[in-house]
Design a protein around this ligand. Structure first.
Ligand code: PA5
Length: 423
């Protein structure tokens, strides 16, 4: 099950306006589904079957099994699109195997590097370094540190503990050939933030014991839904249409809110997807996240009473998957109204009350999934990726490039003395 709803008691964009705008751009859905020529080289993710077929999954599962059997620490080395999807699933789903996942190549902090090396001491370590062009500073430098660590620890046995995920023909692939590392494919026609359902996202998940077949099934079923429903009945199109109309009405921020902290890293994935895809040419909705109920005690004030520049997207989970009932207590703490009430219910009431209060002053979307599980992550990845494609097109930007991030890299590489002939 997957549900998408929208409410705004201030009716910023009327049903009629939504309908008309939806009709005006009605070609967009079939255009996007057709894998248009102008984006063909970046739309490899459009059909999950292309990079996550049964054979490809079997290959990943086999290697992942080896990692789980031999390692008790698996280090995912990557940044941005190269680690966000896998990390969001691995962190959300309880440890599914004895192999604990660590993260590197997503920071330049020496404190964090030292901390990681300390934590890896005494453990059997495998690493997967993921980089599309293998120029990115964070994963490149962390790989060097971890290679040294593995060589000192395992000598010639280090190579079999190194997996690298890169584009065919890249320098990373050359290194694999030269040194005997395992090479996995970062598909050329898939950008980092759209790579959840390829070796990039799926291999680390599998190494962590996640059932990647269910993730892929969720994505495939979502694709089918988005291919079978037309116009404003299509939830991705409706979401894209309304958020663009809201943008025209001065809504410049969107907050992803959730009442399960397990979504913390999924929110990072979502933020990256929309920020890098839409924030360009002086346009775009700035994506932020709120982990509720905690953040209601901080940003909640701004949301309710601050400048009304924001829309809110709630991630709702339908099925109860945990329980803790508050018992009656001897101490008169004035919380007796909670006697016998399950935290699930308390959390749910907090969500409903928040949505009721916020929807009186903000436009609110709700996306409901059955559970926080492999299948629904697949649904969410595909839903948001496709919606982002549609939304970027409505906004009039290229959702697949990121020219803005190159500017800081230029200054940084210059400051670090990087030779100009290295790409
Ligand atoms: O979505 C993107 O393209 C980026 O966020 C990249 O994933 C990120 O910059 C990491 O790039 P690379 O995989 O080349 O190290």
């Amino acid at each position: 099950m997957f549900e998408f709803t929208y409410q705004d008691s201030q009716n910023r964009v009327s049903e009629t306006r939504q309908k008309n705008y939806g009709k005006e751009h009605s070609q967009l859905l079939s255009y996007a589904r057709s894998c248009p020529e102008e984006y063909r080289d970046v739309l490899g993710w459009l059909d999950p079957e292309d990079w996550a077929s049964q054979e490809q999954l079997a290959r990943l599962e086999e290697k992942a099994k080896e990692v789980r059997e031999k390692a008790d620490a698996f280090v995912l080395v990557g940044v941005g699109g190269s680690n966000n999807a896998a990390r969001s699933v691995i962190k959300a789903l309880d440890q599914r195997s004895g192999c604990k996942v660590y993260y590197a190549g997503n920071t330049l902090s020496p404190y964090e590097i030292n901390r990681l090396l300390r934590e890896l001491e005494g453990k059997s370590v495998y690493i997967d370094v993921i980089a599309k062009n293998f120029e990115t500073l964070e994963p490149g430098s962390a790989f060097r540190v971890l290679r040294k660590f593995l060589q000192e620890k395992y000598g010639s046995g280090a190579a079999e503990r190194i997996i690298a995920t890169g584009t065919p023909g890249s320098h990373l692939e050359e290194l694999c050939r030269e040194h005997g590392y395992t090479f996995l494919t970062f598909p050329e026609p898939v950008g980092g933030r759209y790579s959840a359902l390829t070796d990039v996202g799926l291999f680390p998940m599998a190494a962590a014991g996640i059932d990647i077949r269910k993730v892929v099934q969720g994505a495939k079923d979502m694709r089918q839904l988005l291919w079978e429903t037309d116009g404003m009945d299509n939830p991705a199109y409706r979401y894209a249409v309304i958020r663009n109309l809201l943008y025209q009405e001065g809504i410049k921020m969107e907050m992803l809110s959730f009442f399960e902290p397990r979504y913390r890293f999924f929110a990072k994935w979502w933020i990256q997807l929309f920020a890098e895809s839409e924030g360009k040419d002086g346009k775009g909705i700035y994506p932020v996240a709120a982990e509720c109920s905690e953040d209601l005690h901080s940003v909640g004030q701004f949301v309710q009473d601050g400048s009304h520049v924001m829309a809110e997207t709630f991630l709702e989970v339908r099925n109860q998957d945990a329980a803790y009932v508050l018992e009656k207590d001897q101490v008169d703490d004035r919380f007796d109204y909670l006697n016998g009430v399950d935290f699930w219910e308390i959390n749910r009431k907090a969500f409903e009350a928040t949505r009721m209060a916020h929807s009186q002053c903000l436009p609110c979307f709700t996306i409901t999934v059955d559970a926080i599980d492999e299948y629904s992550f697949g649904q969410l990845f595909y839903f948001f990726e496709f919606a982002c494609f549609l939304s970027g097109k409505l906004l009039g930007v290229n959702p697949f490039d990121q020219p803005g991030v190159e500017a800081y890299k230029g200054y940084m590489f210059k400051a670090l003395g990087k030779p100009e002939n290295i790409e």
